[in-house]
Design a protein. Structure first.
Length: 289
């Protein structure tokens, strides 16, 4: 009965509101807490947003992939608390999962949020390798993942070696990248808010497509063809450049799927989005082990 009530609530909400406020609470409330532990508020930097949550499977293998998932929110909103369902979904597949918070506009502008994600990744990698917080040490392949603005951030960590190197992690340790509905090639900017978030003298550095080349890990790029928030052409552009440079980019373009659906498809508790998305993500990450 409770589950049906949540389904009714979610069905009544527009897709764009799905991951905000009460809708996110409803989705997370029906997400199972079995089979893993959630460690909340582990610190990687000072400040209110310098923490990450860790999802630890009850039976965590020493070589299980480590997934760092960077959420979206137009670089000016969002919280790791909204994405409990993502942590559960990936932890239930046997992966160690971290969801970091990071500074947002107007507290910071590009590349501040990317630098935060790099520091968070370094802290998670160190914890995974050395052990702590009840996590046994292991040499786990690192997978960077993200949705929307978080996919842009995670793509830059993957392709622009300066960020992870600055945080003390080799970019060569990245075994794969998963991008969900990411903006990878979004210049020129028209919105005045985005012009403030991305200062003109650093704007070219904000485009993941500008750093394609050299050693690149395999990529899985997912985009809904009904996405009106981030043009699916961003995914096509990144995939084409990666392939032209000799890299591997698997693309899943899903008819009828909107922007929010690209990430809500990961939910295991409710039939949201398209099941092929979670299936493809889990398969891709497992193949990196």
């Amino acid at each position: 009965m409770v589950r049906r009530r949540f389904l009714s609530l979610l069905a009544a909400l527009p897709g764009a509101a799905l991951l905000g406020g009460c809708a996110a609470d409803a989705l997370n409330a029906v997400t199972s807490g079995r089979g893993f532990r959630q460690l909340k508020g582990l610190r990687y930097a000072s400040g209110a947003r310098g923490t990450f949550d860790l999802y630890v499977p009850d039976r965590l293998a020493d070589d299980a992939p480590l997934v760092v998932f960077v959420y979206g929110g137009s670089w000016d909103s969002g919280s790791k608390d909204i994405y409990y369902f993502v942590g559960q979904s990936l932890a239930s597949a046997g992966f160690l999962v971290a969801t970091p918070d990071y500074r947002l506009y107007p507290e910071t502008v590009f590349p501040g949020f990317v630098e935060d994600a790099a520091r968070a990744t370094a802290a998670v990698v160190a914890l995974s390798r050395k052990g702590g917080e009840g996590v046994a040490p292991g040499r786990r392949p690192l997978i960077l993942a993200g949705h929307s603005a978080g996919a842009e951030i995670a793509a830059l960590l993957t392709l622009d070696e300066r960020y992870l190197a600055g945080a003390g992690v080799s970019a060569r340790s990245v075994a794969g990248f998963v991008g969900l509905a990411g903006p990878y090639d979004f210049l020129p900017l028209k919105d005045e808010r985005y012009k403030r978030i991305f200062p003109e003298n650093r704007r070219a550095d904000s485009q993941p497509v500008n750093f394609v080349g050299g050693r690149m890990p395999p990529m899985l790029l997912v985009h809904g063809l009904s996405d009106t928030t981030v043009d699916p052409q961003n995914t096509r552009s990144l995939a084409a450049k990666v392939r032209a440079a000799g890299g591997s980019a698997e693309v899943l373009l899903v008819p009828g799927l909107d922007h929010v659906g690209a990430v809500s498809s990961l939910a295991t508790a409710l039939p949201l989005g398209d099941g092929r998305v979670r299936e493809s993500v889990v398969r891709f990450v497992r193949a990196r082990a």
